[in-house]
Design a protein around this ligand. Structure first.
Ligand SMILES: O=C(O)CCC(=O)C(=O)O
Length: 254
């Protein structure tokens, strides 16, 4: 069920590992960015289709994407979660065109990320409609305090090689976060989440932005030195630790 969007709840975030949907962007803003997304894809938004483009780190490349990643509707709740010193370190568009068979297996993000200590908050932002039929984001509340071992999915339709098997997840407790344009869900580095394939004719256009605190060190050699995807931007407050000087990002001009 799509709600009107509740206020961000730090209590829910701490107790259940997520909070949302929250109306973080206005309808005008989400429509504006929805158009820019399809322009950057070089697709008509009226004919959404599969793409071979790399959908990561557009905030390194496009000024509009950096502005979107640092929108106050994202940054203000991030301050409640992480405190006043904020590092933006990743952004990825999760695009499922109509009929896409790709699904996101149940997983905990921290399984894939060499960072010490393991502190992250993700804002998952729906630029269009996210509904059960097009594979909206699903979370399992209360799973954010225990890290579980991931295994090969062995499934070509899985967007990731590794995930959690059905018997590692209590799917009966899953919450389907249906969202209208501009709504956001926040979750932490260990909250179990995933999403189904898009069995509808409605494209699912959404993105994640990831924030952490300056004390965290990125073990960048363990990410295969992937600075195409991972760069740090101080978005609020101060960085007195200076642990990631080699991977500092530059805000794009245009
Ligand atoms: O978009 C989805 O369905 C999954 C997103 C996700 O795995 C993430 O943001 O970490």
């Amino acid at each position: 069920m799509i709600t009107r969007g509740n206020p961000f709840s730090i209590r829910q975030y701490r107790e259940e590992g997520y909070s949302g949907p929250v109306q973080g962007l206005s309808l005008q803003e989400s429509e504006y960015y929805y158009r820019l997304f399809f322009d950057a894809l070089e697709q008509s938004r009226y004919e959404p289709a599969a793409t071979a483009k790399n959908l990561s780190a557009w905030h390194h490349q496009y000024r509009w994407a950096y502005e979107l990643a640092t929108h106050p509707g994202i940054v203000e709740p991030m301050k409640e979660i992480l405190g006043s010193d904020l590092i933006l370190w990743a952004m990825h568009f999760w695009y499922k065109p109509p009929g896409s068979e790709k699904y996101i297996p149940w997983h905990q993000d921290i399984n894939y990320w060499p960072m010490e200590p393991a502190i992250n908050a993700t804002a998952w932002v729906s630029l269009g409609w996210s509904i059960e039929e097009n594979g909206c984001l699903k979370v399992i509340p209360g799973t954010h305090n225990t890290v579980v071992r991931h295994n090969d999915t062995g499934d070509a339709n899985s967007a990731f090689g590794e995930g959690l098997a059905a018997d590692q997840v209590d799917e009966s407790r899953a919450v389907a976060l249906e969202m209208s344009p501009g709504q956001i869900a926040f979750f932490n580095e260990a909250t179990i989440h995933g999403s189904n394939a898009n069995s509808s004719n409605v494209p699912r256009v959404a993105f994640s932005v990831r924030y952490t605190t300056p004390e965290v060190r990125f073990l960048i050699e363990q990410w295969g030195g992937d600075t195409q995807r991972i760069k740090t931007f101080l978005v609020a407050g101060e960085d007195t630790f200076k642990r990631n000087e080699a991977i500092k990002g530059t805000v794009p001009d245009l």
